[in-house]
Design a protein around this ligand. Structure first.
Ligand code: GLN
Length: 556
């Protein structure tokens, strides 16, 4: 280690560097940076979300920020197959799926600015440079890029007591370095109690001996120290609770007291993680690190939700009809929304995944695919691949009278199916799939004509939806106006509504102006869908009414 780095890690120097902040009447935000070691996909997002929930439950105002070190400006152009679902915020941000976890745990809306990426940071720096704002300086990673990162973090956190900032990826990744450096600088600038570092790392269990091995974790802590960051807390992710000997080693090699080492074992539901961490005194320890009063977290309602969820009997089977079924994270908000609604409905559905590309390639027959399913969710999607397979599955569902709920593209394909087979519109399709279809029953939205860029240009975010009385959606919400989140470029073509209506399809919701159909349903059947994504707003303690109604329909 360099001499300067050793100095920086020394408590005396940390104290010397302490409070530098001018409060100026503003809130003094405390920052918790969550880093990851050894592997990605460790559940760092869940630890971040849990930390946020625990501080909120102590009575602090909290926000959560996700840093994604990739060069994409946002998640809009990313394939769900590689990164999982794109989560849409109220203000129309297309963000990393971890923001979904944060919102569900915090029971609070976040904004597009709560997701910071390398692309976003550089875009802003380069725009400033082009405007001449750097006044002739050489623009560099340090300080210009790191300053930009810090200012983005501070800006989105400024109205809160505590900001939990997750740095995506793993310590040691080249692309994560500027963010870790910015975090280190913030620790210097905010004072010793202004910033805390929580390091989450894997402790693998040897299959031969069942022993927990801490060496990879030790190395990841060393890697953090090498860049000048000493963690305040280490959370050991493992399949089982951390054993005393492993804990002792983790503490020793991390230069921490044993009380600063917490265990994050595998649990049945992610919603248990805050409770597991709370039982070990994690929130109060972290509060003390930050110089905050360690209040008792108020977790009554959360605990009740978790207990109910764990105790639910397994219920009917739902077919999940989509083309990203090999990476279930592609549909994570829907899966979670079903858990929230399950508590209301009184049973936990089994999920049966139907890969529509298999149906399309005739590896699987649609009738066979839906066998054993009591109902289906026709999942969102994009593009041509799998569309015909999806339509075949929809036809089988409709003909067999199985409850089917379509979400966004799923609903659009249901309309195509009805157009072809009930309204007699041969070759009907969505313009997205077949631009030269004779019957574009799903067409490009008026506002989308002339849009040039692909990234971030869909019809996005929360919009007013007007529910038509006497429909299934009305039964779900029991009110006329709701706000739901969108992510689409196409909609049901109003020019075809007359013919479709004659075939039994009706519009069950409209947008604010009455131009975009926001929901449809088939008369006399549990066959309905929405153009928006109710799952983005579903929360454990406030499930999305659409999913709750769908689950209840399976028991009728
Ligand atoms: N691809 C469809 C559209 O753009 C639907 C997108 C989705 O399912 N989110 O309209």
């Amino acid at each position: 280690m360099l001499e300067a780095e050793r100095l920086l890690n020394c408590t005396a120097v940390r104290l010397l560097l302490t409070p530098r902040r001018k409060t100026g009447g503003l809130k003094l935000t405390k920052y918790v940076f969550v880093t990851g070691g050894v592997l990605s996909s460790l559940g760092k997002g869940i630890v971040t979300a849990s930390t946020a929930l625990l501080f909120k439950s102590m009575g602090y105002s909290v926000t959560a920020v996700k840093i994604d070190p990739y060069v994409n400006v946002d998640a809009s152009t990313m394939n769900p197959y590689a990164h999982g679902e794109v989560f849409v915020t109220e203000d129309g941000g297309e963000t990393d799926l971890d923001l979904g976890h944060y919102e569900r745990f915090l029971h609070q809306n976040l904004t597009k600015n709560n997701n910071i990426t390398t692309g976003k940071v550089y875009l802003s720096v380069i725009e400033k440079e082009r405007r001449g704002e750097y006044l002739g300086q050489t623009v560099q990673i340090i300080p210009h890029v790191t300053d930009e990162i810090k200012s983005m973090i501070r800006e989105v956190s400024k109205d809160f007591d505590v900001a939990i900032v997750e740095i995506g990826g793993t310590v040691g990744d080249i692309e994560g370095l500027p963010f870790l450096e910015a975090a280190r600088q913030m620790w210097v600038e905010e004072g010793r109690r202004g910033v805390a570092f929580v390091h989450v790392a894997l402790v693998p269990v040897l299959s031969t001996t069942g022993e927990q091995k801490t060496k990879p974790l030790q190395h990841s802590v060393q890697e953090l120290r090498r860049i000048g960051i000493q963690p305040d807390v280490v959370i050991a992710r493992s399949t089982k609770p951390l054993e005393p000997e492993a804990r002792r080693k983790v503490a020793l090699y991390s230069s921490l007291p044993e009380e600063a080492v917490f265990s994050d074992p595998d649990v049945g539901f992610v919603y248990e993680v805050p409770l597991v961490l709370n039982d070990q005194g994690y929130p109060s320890y972290l509060a003390r690190v930050l110089g905050l009063e360690a209040r008792r977290p108020e977790l009554g309602a959360w605990k009740e939700f978790v207990e109910k969820l764990k105790g639910l009997p397994e219920g009917p089977t739902i077919a999940m009809v989509g083309k990203y079924t090999k990476l279930k994270d592609s549909y994570i908000s829907i899966i979670e929304a079903l858990k929230h609604s399950a508590v209301k409905a009184g049973f936990r559905p089994k999920l049966k995944w139907i890969e529509v590309t298999d149906v399309e390639r005739e590896k699987l027959r649609a009738e066979e695919a839906v066998e054993g399913a009591d109902g289906a969710i026709v999942l969102p999607g994009f593009g041509e691949r799998g569309a015909e397979g999806k339509i075949r599955v929809i036809k089988a569902l409709r003909e067999q009278g199985k409850p089917a709920l379509g979400i966004c593209y799923g609903m659009q394909m249901m309309v195509v199916e009805v157009a072809r087979h009930l309204a007699g519109l041969e070759g009907a399709h969505s313009e997205e799939v077949d631009p030269s279809t004779p019957h574009p029953v799903v067409a490009l939205l008026e506002e989308q004509k002339g849009v040039e860029y692909v990234g971030g240009t869909l019809r996005l975010g929360a919009k007013t939806v007007r529910i038509v009385r006497g429909t299934k959606l009305w039964e779900a919400y029991g009110r006329e106006v709701v706000r739901e989140r969108h992510r689409h470029r196409y909609d049901v073509n109003p020019k075809y509504l007359d013919v479709l209506e004659k075939a039994g399809l009706r519009v069950s919701a409209w947008d604010e102006e009455g131009r975009v159909p926001e929901g449809v349903e088939l008369k006399g059947q549990e066959f309905w869908g929405v153009q928006y994504h109710p799952e983005y707003k579903s929360r454990p303690l406030e499930p999305a009414p659409v999913y709750t109604r769908f689950l209840r329909s399976l028991r009728r």
